[in-house]
Design a protein around this ligand. Structure first.
Ligand SMILES: *[C@@H]1O[C@H](CO)[C@@H](O)[C@H](O)[C@H]1NC(C)=O
Ligand SMILES: *[C@@H]1O[C@H](CO)[C@@H](O)[C@H](O)[C@H]1NC(C)=O
Ligand SMILES: *[C@@H]1O[C@H](CO)[C@@H](O)[C@H](O)[C@H]1NC(C)=O
Length: 374
């Protein structure tokens, strides 16, 4: 073929294409018009009427081409284990991809679940819609302590110079370092030292599990101290005080309690001999504690005690007026009552119990152990 006819043929073709994009003509010889994207052909061109087009239904049908034959197509639905990336509209079909933890498998043409890498294995690539994770055993000095389709092996923590290695890194657990100065676990990647240094440190520490040993010793010391103090106190308070005392011995004992510093306790409410002790015979420090405690801010104070012991409101008010308020009034009342015939410790204890101030009874113990409130 010579160049000239070829050129003519080309020009002819171009001109025809420009005049009739579909390059199709109906029976009458008229060019068939095209439906644009988003519209589908409903009636083919004929008798010079052109092509009949109708808009596609959003979300149901679409057409992505300019055509004189193509109808609207049905939108694709996403398959199992897939999610919609962009919904179907009049010009574009639905775009789907595999859901999280699934990848597209070309062989099965389905979304398959990504491999879950167990501890000791890491994902080569994080699981993605287009790629399986692919698990590999964690190389030296890295570890993975999770079941995961995405987690990669993590570099082991290296203990610093100021730390002791308690446990070497394994493929499933990180190094455990202990600060030499502050006994606390370090879990962060703060290493500057080389693995060799870390191993050396471990040997220096001579033992992998210092923490349990350390805790046991601390625990034993604390428990020992508590037991020691408890036994000491218990013995002190249990030592019988009035073994040789009869009714006549009581006065002598009480006198002793006032003055000596033996560290021996007697509960006046429970000791048979103590109960008949007169309140006036209690040591001055006991009486001072009693007055002080009963005059403290408390819903139940000396006024209630006085009432329980038979004083009427007028009499109680009188104690208060003469001595302002506070310890003075309580003391005046106690001094007054202690002169009464029935002013025994026994009766005082009973009254204190009746008004619900058992806590005050404890103060009546004669211990001489420096248990003073003031
Ligand atoms: C084409 O149009 C004519 C009138 O313009 C009408 O009579 C005829 O039915 C049409 N043909 C088709 C196939 O629609
Ligand atoms: C249809 O969806 C495509 C993406 O699939 C988007 O680019 C386009 O803008 C959308 N058209 C309309 C009219 O929403
Ligand atoms: C990892 O450690 C093992 C044994 O401790 C050794 O045989 C292997 O060569 C090491 N691999 C690398 C890459 O260091």
């Amino acid at each position: 073929m010579s160049p000239l006819p070829v050129l003519f043929l080309y020009i002819f073709t171009v001109c025809v294409s420009a005049a009739c994009p579909s390059q199709h003509y109906d029976s009458s010889g008229a060019c068939c018009s095209q439906c644009p994207p988003g519209e589908g052909v409903t009636t083919p061109c004929s008798d010079g009427n052109g092509t009949g087009c109708t808009a596609c239904v959003p979300g149901q049908t679409f057409s992505n081409s300019r055509s004189h034959t193509e109808q609207c197509l049905d939108c694709t639905g996403c398959g199992a284990n897939m999610k919609v990336v962009s919904p179907c509209n009049r010009t574009h079909d639905t775009v789907c991809e595999c859901s999280a933890d699934f990848y597209w498998d070309e062989e099965t043409s389905r979304c398959e679940r990504c491999q879950i890498c167990p501890p000791g294995f890491g994902a080569v690539e994080a699981c993605s819609p287009r790629q399986d994770s692919g698990c590999v055993a964690c190389p030296n000095m890295t570890y993975s302590d999770v079941d995961s389709p995405s987690a990669q092996c993590v570099a082991c923590t290296l203990c610093t110079d100021s730390q002791v290695m308690l446990q070497t890194c394994t493929s499933i657990s990180d190094t455990i370092c202990l600060d030499k100065n502050m006994p606390q676990l370090i879990g962060a990647n703060v290493g500057r030292t080389t693995p060799a240094d870390g191993l050396l440190t471990l040997k220096d520490a001579s033992g992998q599990n210092i923490i349990p040993v350390y805790c046991s010793i601390m625990g034993a010391v604390v428990v020992g101290l508590i037991v020691y103090v408890a036994v000491k106190r218990w013995k002190t308070c249990q030592k019988p005080q009035g073994t040789k005392s009869g009714p006549q011995g009581t006065d002598v004992e009480a006198q002793k309690n006032q003055n000596n510093d033996s560290g021996v306790c007697v509960d006046p409410c429970t000791t048979p001999s103590g109960g008949k002790t007169r309140v006036s015979e209690l040591s001055s420090s006991r009486l001072r504690d009693l007055v002080f405690t009963l005059s403290l801010q408390h819903p139940v104070n000396w006024r209630h005690l006085a009432s329980e012991l038979g004083y009427d409101i007028a009499a109680i008010d009188e104690f208060e007026q003469g001595n302002n308020n506070g310890p003075g009034a309580a003391k005046a009342f106690l001094v007054h009552w202690s002169r009464m015939e029935n002013a025994t410790v026994d009766n005082l204890c009973q009254a204190l119990r009746a008004i619900g101030r058992q806590d005050v009874i404890g103060l009546l113990q004669e211990c001489n152990m420096g248990r003073h409130l003031v």
